[in-house]
Design a protein around this ligand. Structure first.
Ligand code: ATP
Length: 363
């Protein structure tokens, strides 16, 4: 097990059109933590993981694993196990041979190899499949072999690059739970890249939100959900996405006074007096809007589309926010119908406020 420390890591892909993919990334990953990298496509998640693995060289900064600088070490010397989206199994080898391969290369003795492979196979329910070839396995079984192959080498740190994205929805859930169990048993440091909000929220001790090669915020999943540091994180974490409305700041006495289409509200936030007169962005999550008359100010609007999801329904309103129709999540049993006009309540304590630089006003 090991900590992973990144100090001002930069990555420039050289070539005809050099590309600066990571900018001054500072990050402390503690021994045994499960850290998930999220962010939009192209933000640098895989690059960051590959830099840690040693599959990409570092253009600037220092990378420490277990307090030792490893910039110039090969992937093998870093004590890392990596699991890819594509599984990357050897097709001509059996499950057993795939799992043994790295240990044989590292010249472990046969008894040790057998013991490690059997233990990992049992833990991942692969013990009855050891003589099959990868093509005789389901996607989920193949991914378990890829994980098993990493486990047997007892790496200090596990890296996962979107390991579940080739699996169907039901299998993803099963494998997600298995990975969570694996972490609680092995207690290794794990670093995981995903596009999937649910994977990030459920697996992570700590989520790292990236945008354009920079870290936007690092924190526990619920901390990011409740206290996004800026508008980017607010819009990225949470599904469906947070609604944003432009509001006027009318005062800063004992909190922030805002006005929205004739409605006034006072929100408990720290703010400097020069905010008065400026336009702020009010963020509120679809699941925090109400239709039951509760709230601190109200928006009357017509329901344009209703999406029934079972226990919940999503309403898309005629009223536009900053980037699309206002979205409200309601109880599926009592959802209004398309064309109904409803009064949407905005509770004060669910409001996020962002300044002209998209930074959250501190509580
Ligand atoms: P995705 O979610 O789509 O997989 P990502 O966040 O993992 O994206 P990266 O694959 O890390 O993103 O890529 C980050 C940026 O670096 C992208 O703009 C990409 O085009 C660029 N990039 C990646 N590999 C190279 C390369 N070998 N040469 C030049 N640019 C590259």
């Amino acid at each position: 097990m090991a900590s992973v420390t990144l100090k001002k890591i930069n990555k420039v892909y050289e070539g005809k059109q050099a590309f600066h993919a990571l900018h001054d990334v500072d990050l402390d990953i503690k021994d045994g933590e499960f850290v998930v990298f999220v962010g939009p496509s192209g933000c640098g998640k895989s690059t960051l993981l590959r830099v840690i693995a040693g599959l990409e060289d570092i253009s600037g900064g220092d990378l420490l694993i277990a307090d030792e600088r490893v910039n110039d070490k090969t992937p093998k010397e870093r004590g890392i196990g990596m699991v890819f989206q594509s599984y990357a199994l050897y097709p001509h080898m059996s499950v057993r041979e795939n799992m043994e391969f790295g240990l044989k290369l590292a010249k472990h003795d046969k008894a040790d190899i057998d013991k490690r492979v059997m233990e990992a196979a049992r833990g991942l329910q692969l013990d009855t499949l050891l003589d099959r070839k990868p093509k005789e396995l389901s996607g989920g079984q193949r991914q378990r072999v890829a994980i098993g192959r990493a486990i047997v080498r007892e790496p200090q740190v596990f890296l996962f690059d979107e390991p579940l994205s080739n699996l169907d929805a039901a299998l993803r859930v099963k494998m997600r739970i298995q990975i969570a169990q694996l972490h609680s048993e092995l207690k290794n440091t794990m670093i995981y890249v995903t596009h999937d909000q649910v994977e990030a929220m459920t697996l992570a001790n700590k989520i790292v939100v990236l945008s354009a090669g920079r870290i936007e915020q690092v924190g526990a999943p619920l901390h990011l959900y409740h206290h996004p540091a800026n508008k980017f994180v607010a819009g990225f974490i949470g599904s469906p996405k947070m609604n944003f409305l432009s509001v006027a700041c009318t005062g800063t006495d004992n909190g922030v006074q805002i006005e929205f289409e004739g409605h006034g509200a006072s929100v408990t936030r720290q703010a400097s007096p020069d905010l008065k007169g400026q336009t702020l962005s009010l963020g509120v999550r679809p699941e925090h809007l109400t239709l039951d008359g509760s709230g601190d100010f109200f928006i009357e609007s017509k329901v344009m589309v209703v999406e029934h999801l079972g226990d919940q329904a999503m309403l898309y309103m005629e009223r536009e926010g900053e980037d699309g129709p206002l979205v409200v999540v309601v109880d599926g049993e009592n959802a209004p119908a398309r064309g109904d006009t409803v009064t949407v309540g905005v509770p004060n304590d669910r409001i996020h406020l962002f300044d002209a630089n998209d930074q959250a006003l501190p509580a």
